[in-house]
Design a protein around this ligand. Structure first.
Ligand SMILES: Nc1ncnc2c1ncn2[C@@H]1O[C@H](COP(=O)(O)OP(=O)(O)O)[C@@H](O)[C@H]1O
Length: 194
């Protein structure tokens, strides 16, 4: 039985950083970042990557068919029984598509959805600060695209919160603290549920 954890959060919330550090601490945890998976596909030069890039480069959501296929393949291919995916779901459509998949997939159970919360101001500072840091160059880290990514994150958020709260599997984590404190809190939550 694979135990799935989802981490959602605004652009710049640190969701990918937090998940990566937790997976590095435990060999039995596999982490996938939807953003990183899409950037890898883009970098591969594939036709699918070109389609994905036409959305990512504008900060728009990649089409549902590609998004759900990407995470189902990731879950199926995960070499470990504990899987963390950050960056999914980002819409009611994605949330419902995953729920439909999980209903018929007896080998995978969604254990918890962790929402890393940060204010828009903190998120913006981090993303634009990241853009100024030459080591991390991302074409979608500019004010206009950030605002679009932020809107696309916040628009479905209340509906996503309500859905997973109704299942009693939503946990909010304050993302405006040190990475170490946040990672330890999320790690303890995951450890308590596996
Ligand atoms: N679940 C998803 N559905 C559709 N598009 C996605 C998804 N996850 C990531 N993307 C695309 O990849 C881009 C980068 O995602 P990510 O690295 O997680 O950055 P962010 O911190 O802005 O969410 C997003 O702006 C979006 O274009």
């Amino acid at each position: 039985m694979k135990k799935l954890f989802l981490i959602i959060g605004a652009p710049g919330s640190g969701k990918t950083t937090d998940a990566e550090l937790i997976a590095q601490k435990h060999s039995y945890i596999t982490h996938y970042s939807t953003g990183d998976m899409f950037r890898a596909e883009i970098a591969s030069g594939s036709e699918r990557g070109a389609i994905i890039d036409s959305f990512v480069s504008k900060g728009n959501l990649v089409p549902i068919e590609i998004a759900i296929e990407t995470i189902i393949i990731a879950i199926k291919n995960a070499p470990n029984d504990v899987v963390i995916i950050d960056g999914y779901p980002r819409s009611d459509e994605q949330m419902n598509a995953l729920d439909k998949y999980l209903e018929q997939e007896v080998e995978v159970s969604l254990i918890n959805v962790i929402e890393v919360t940060v204010s828009k101001e903190v998120a913006c500072q981090r993303v634009l600060g990241r853009a100024a840091d030459a080591k991390i160059v991302r074409s979608d880290d500019n004010v206009e695209i950030f605002n679009n990514r932020m809107k696309l994150y916040t628009d479905p958020l209340k509906s996503i919160q309500a859905f997973y709260t109704s299942k009693n599997i939503l946990t909010k984590v304050n993302g405006e603290r040190t990475i170490e404190v946040i990672v330890n809190e999320i790690d303890e939550l995951i450890q308590s549920k596996i």
